[in-house]
Design a protein around this ligand. Structure first.
Ligand SMILES: Cc1cc2nc3c(=O)[nH]c(=O)nc-3n(C[C@H](O)[C@H](O)[C@H](O)COP(=O)(O)OP(=O)(O)OC[C@H]3O[C@@H](n4cnc5c(N)ncnc54)[C@H](O)[C@@H]3O)c2cc1C
Length: 472
């Protein structure tokens, strides 16, 4: 592919879109669609800022006939390069299509258009005593379509599960331009193959999501948060296991290592313990009396596990500040060096201490600036490497370190990605996790859905010679 679109094709696109207002072809506009929150610069030929399923269907039909690559895109906060138009062609931008956000209190569902911001769904649910649990740290900027395509997680997913656990039904435009519906609005549904679950997490390679029906749950009446400081990073890992095996399931257990603590304190002083090698943030939710008792137990468990200090948030303001500290890690560490490589290799919960040990060894072995934080309660840590993309020698070390992180996670029974997806960033490593036939079965699904291979090409599946993409 990568053949520039003809002026006739552009004219057909403009006709479908009812004029040129939401069709971008100027070089400067196209450049702003050439990147996301990962790496690489891939310029599309045209961007369609779609606002209806009919527009998407007609554009995709045209693309399929003329074999033009199509890349769906939300707000481009993806960390694995999923929204990058690596083979050029058409970018379908759904971010302006945010007009539908209906909450049905009786059915406990939300119906949303693809460009709705994730946090807005939970805010709307809160007004009627309900909750939309998936809460990626990017929830104030990411779109629901991006979350669905990546099957996003977040801190609350420890207790409540990830995006796929809250999707009842979808409207999707297939790679041949057909409009289909999967699932519905019932909580139970075992009719036919579960196409909803197939689409969720398929990273925009099987179609364009144009509407979603999401499950909501009753909002817990209260929350209570604790912060524990540890003098040893691996001890913090054991403390997580102790809490999770105690019979209490917190809503969130988040982890920050010493480099993250220092980065946040330099960026926006919050009074985090600078003497600690690691801190854990724990949120309990439920009935106020129940969580008071649970907090006392967790407090004791953390002390027994060797915490230097355990602090309870006494007011909702203190609780907010605690969680703000965790949210500030990404922007704080981004200040350190020009390049931030954000990984999300994930291990079984019992292997968290072993994974933390391996990460500490990798940091020393390769002499890299490695910062570790993340959703530790579900084994989903975020080892972030801070470096300078322009420094070839440093990047070689970084590439080796990233491969070592993946090897460590897989050898501990884990996976390449807990929530960021494969995109272009990790496809070279897919054979590390899957045998030939497992990958082959995935490819056959892709070929059956998308016979012309137009939908988000160049993602997920490795090609011979593929390597880690840290430069375009
Ligand atoms: C600071 C920061 C923190 C983050 N924290 C988290 C976190 O806690 N948990 C987490 O899971 N992720 C996290 N992310 C990653 C990212 O925010 C998520 O992957 C998010 O779901 C991407 O949404 P988006 O709207 O930006 O999608 P984009 O980046 O635009 O696209 C992501 C993927 O979705 C596909 N896509 C977009 N729209 C559609 C559509 N309509 N139909 C089909 N496919 C579509 C794209 O092709 C692409 O493959 C974080 C990112 C940043 C920068």
């Amino acid at each position: 592919m990568n053949v520039p679109l003809t002026s006739q094709t552009i004219e057909k696109i403009i006709r479908i879109m009812g004029g040129g207002d939401r069709v971008l072809t100027r070089k400067t506009d196209l450049l702003s669609y050439a990147y996301d929150a990962s790496f690489g610069l891939f310029v599309p030929d045209v961007v369609c800022q779609v606002k209806s399923v009919e527009e998407v269907s007609e554009i995709v039909k045209l693309a399929n006939e003329e074999k033009i690559p199509v890349t769906p895109r939300g707000h481009a906060s993806g960390l694995s390069g999923g929204a990058l138009p690596v083979e050029g062609g058409i970018v379908i931008d759904v971010s302006l299509w945010n007009d539908v956000l209906e909450i049905d209190k009786d059915d406990m569902i939300a119906i949303v258009s693809p460009g709705v911001i994730t946090a807005d769904i939970d805010r709307a649910a809160k007004k009627v005593g309900l909750m939309y649990p998936p809460d990626p740290s990017s929830s104030n900027v990411s779109t629901i379509a991006g979350n669905l395509a990546e099957n996003s997680g977040g801190p609350r997913c420890l207790k409540y599960g990830v995006t796929k656990d809250y999707v009842l039904g979808l409207q999707v435009v297939t790679p041949e331009g057909h409009i289909i519906r999967t699932g519905g609005r019932t909580v139970k549904n075992v009719t036919g193959y579960d196409l909803t679950k197939l689409i969720v997490g398929s990273e925009g390679t099987l179609g364009v999501i144009t509407e979603a029906t999401l499950r909501l749950i009753p909002r817990p009446p209260a929350t209570l948060s604790l912060m524990a400081a540890f003098g040893d990073i691996v001890q913090a890992g054991y403390a997580i296991t102790d809490v999770l095996t105690s019979g209490i399931l917190p809503a969130k257990i988040e982890f920050m290592d010493q480099s993250s603590i220092r980065a946040v304190e330099n960026y926006h002083p919050m009074g985090l313990p600078l003497d600690a090698e690691a801190v854990l943030f724990i949120e309990l939710d439920g009935h106020p009396l129940a969580i008071r008792d649970e907090a006392a137990c967790v407090y004791q468990l953390l002390e027994n596990a060797g915490a230097l200090r355990v602090q309870k948030a006494e007011t909702s303001e203190e609780e907010e500040e605690m969680w703000k500290a965790r949210k500030l890690v990404s922007p704080a560490i981004a200040k350190h060096k020009p390049t931030k490589i954000s990984e999300d290799a994930t291990v079984p919960r019992s292997q968290i201490p072993a994974f933390l040990k391996r990460l500490r060894d990798i940091k020393h072995q390769f002499g890299i600036d490695l910062v570790v934080f993340g959703h530790a309660g579900d084994g989903n840590l975020h080892p972030n490497i801070l470096c300078d993309q322009r420094d070839r020698e440093e990047m070689e070390k970084v590439e080796q370190a990233v491969a070592a992180i993946f090897e460590a996670a897989i050898s501990l029974g884990g996976t390449l990605s807990g929530e960021h997806g494969i995109g272009i960033m990790k496809k070279a490593f897919m054979p590390m996790e899957f045998d030939h036939f497992s990958l082959e079965m995935m490819k056959r699904i892709k070929e059956a859905w998308d016979p012309n291979g137009i939908m988000n090409p160049g993602k997920i599946f490795p090609k011979p010679g593929d390597r880690l993409v840290l430069r375009s």
